[in-house]
Each structure stands twice: as structure tokens, then as C-alpha cells.
Write a protein that binds this ligand. Structure first.
Ligand SMILES: [Zn+2]
Length: 121
């Protein structure tokens, strides 16, 4: 399953970004997923939960997914267009030599750590 390795990547990134002395649980990991990244959200969530449950500090982490639209840029018109179908054609001038601006990315954008003070006993 492709999403399993994606989930592993996400968790690797989270671990790299945790402060070295961190001992607080990670609560929420936010990822930005392009509409065209080819991710099945349910599968990614499942993979994330499976791996997180075995990873220190991430046992109870939730995955929050934000989806970014597919945006192309036409160099001829100099405009950006949000498109709903994966046809990479400028809707204005039918230029097919367009650039993809967003919609294929997969990025960890936020890591929320429970930083409420621990109770001293
Ligand atoms: Zn154009």
C-alpha cells in the first residue's frame, strides 16, 4: 500500500522536527495534501494510526489532512487557474504548456505538541 510508506515518511518528518529533549506527546500532525498527490485519505489515516501507535511520543497523535486545489499557471496568459480535472490545458487560450503551481504536494505543515506543564508531584 502506497499510503503506508507515505505515512512512514510523515512520521519520520515529525520525529526529525521534535525538539531533542522533547518528552511531551504529539497531539496533532497537520499535512497538506494536493488533490493530485494520489493519496487515498482513509488509507493514509489508517497507515498513520498503525505506525504512530508504535512510535514513542506519537501514540495518540491525530492526523489532520488539508487538501490543496490543483492550480496551474499559464505563461502565455500570465494567470493562475484552479482546475478540477487533471487536464493540463489553459482554460483561456488552450495552451498545453502550463506549469503546475500546486496540487501535487504532500507536506507536513504543523506539529502540535502537548506543552501543558507536567504536574510535579
Ligand atoms: Zn493561457
Amino acid at each position: 500500500m502506497h499510503e503506508m510508506s507515505v505515512a512512514q515518511n510523515i512520521i519520520d518528518i515529525v520525529l526529525q522536527h521534535l525538539p531533542e529533549e522533547n518528552s511531551q506527546p504529539v497531539q496533532v500532525v497537520t499535512v497538506k495534501i494536493g488533490k493530485m498527490a494520489g493519496i487515498v485519505p482513509d488509507s493514509l489515516e489508517f497507515g498513520f494510526q498503525v505506525i504512530a501507535s508504535e512510535t514513542p511520543h506519537l501514540e495518540n497523535a491525530q492526523l489532520r489532512m488539508e487538501f490543496t486545489p490543483l492550480i496551474i499557471h499559464c505563461p502565455l496568459c500570465g494567470k493562475d487557474f484552479e482546475i478540477n480535472d487533471p487536464y493540463f490545458i489553459c482554460p483561456d487560450c488552450n495552451n498545453t504548456n502550463v506549469e503546475i503551481k500546486s496540487g501535487t504536494e504532500l507536506q507536513v505543515t504543523e506539529i502540535e505538541i502537548d506543552d501543558s506543564p507536567q504536574e510535579e508531584s
